[in-house]
Design a protein around this ligand. Structure first.
Ligand SMILES: C[S@@+](CC[C@H](N)C(=O)[O-])C[C@H]1O[C@@H](n2cnc3c(N)ncnc32)[C@H](O)[C@@H]1O
Length: 214
């Protein structure tokens, strides 16, 4: 099986473009609504991650370090060197390394926790399963993964399409899942859901999961 689908390749390429890396932070701070939503999202992720002293934590797709900045000593990987540079400047304690989440450059059972924010919502079902398998490999037994998914909502898809056109915001295509679909996938890939929190958007919502490898 190929490591990455064509779509996942495109996703990676998209976030290497200068106009995307160069505007990523500004766009997410553009309005009070966006800033507030990001702060809420950050709070939920940090709460579910619950990083304890001495735990080895890996962040996937750290981008410009919005979450990395708050993680203290952490290893963060991304496929964009420009993004990694920005992330490291926000958290000099972090190790920000080039790396692909479909082929994580670490041995099996290396981490207590893995976290990925707003990355897996860009993966289709096949890639999502590949990414889950790869995280399971690098997690210690009973290790935790924190990730988010966008809940199925036709209305949100419709509204997002026009929003992007009008405000020219960047962002790769987002896949939506029902809770039932996610639960089935996680069960089959050897994880159980410990906690889930909803983040409401103006239209639709995002679910942030804390799951455990079994
Ligand atoms: C939407 S941004 C991530 C957002 C960031 N975590 C945040 O919340 O601001 C997606 C990130 O995933 C990275 N990425 C894309 N494909 C990747 C891959 N195969 N492995 C690791 N990172 C990847 C991109 O370079 C980009 O920085």
């Amino acid at each position: 099986m190929k490591i990455k689908s064509k779509d996942a390749e495109k996703f990676t390429e998209y976030y290497r473009k200068k106009h995307v890396t160069g505007t990523y932070d500004q766009q997410r701070q553009k309005s009070v609504y966006r800033r507030d939503k990001r702060q809420k999202e950050l709070g939920i992720f940090l709460d579910l991650l619950d990083k304890k002293q001495g735990e080895k934590v890996l962040e996937l797709g750290c981008s410009s370090g919005f979450l990395t900045e708050h993680l203290g000593k952490v290893i963060a990987i991304d496929t964009s060197n420009d993004m990694l540079e920005i992330a490291h400047s926000k958290n000099p304690e972090s190790k920000c390394l080039p790396g692909d989440m479909f082929k994580i450059p670490f041995k099996k059972e290396s981490f207590d926790k893995v976290v990925t924010m707003r990355v897996w919502n860009h993966l289709d079902k096949v890639d999502l399963r590949k990414a889950l398998k790869e995280v399971k490999r690098v997690l210690k037994p009973e290790g935790h993964l924190i990730f988010d998914a966008e809940e199925k909502s036709f209305l949100r898809r419709f509204v997002s399409f026009f929003y992007k056109r009008i405000f020219k915001t960047t962002g790769y295509v987002i896949y939506q899942y029902s809770l039932k679909e996610i639960k089935k996938m996680l069960r089959e890939e050897g994880f159980i859901i410990e906690k889930g929190k909803y983040l409401n958007h103006k239209v639709g919502r995002q679910i942030v999961f804390r799951i455990r490898s079994i």
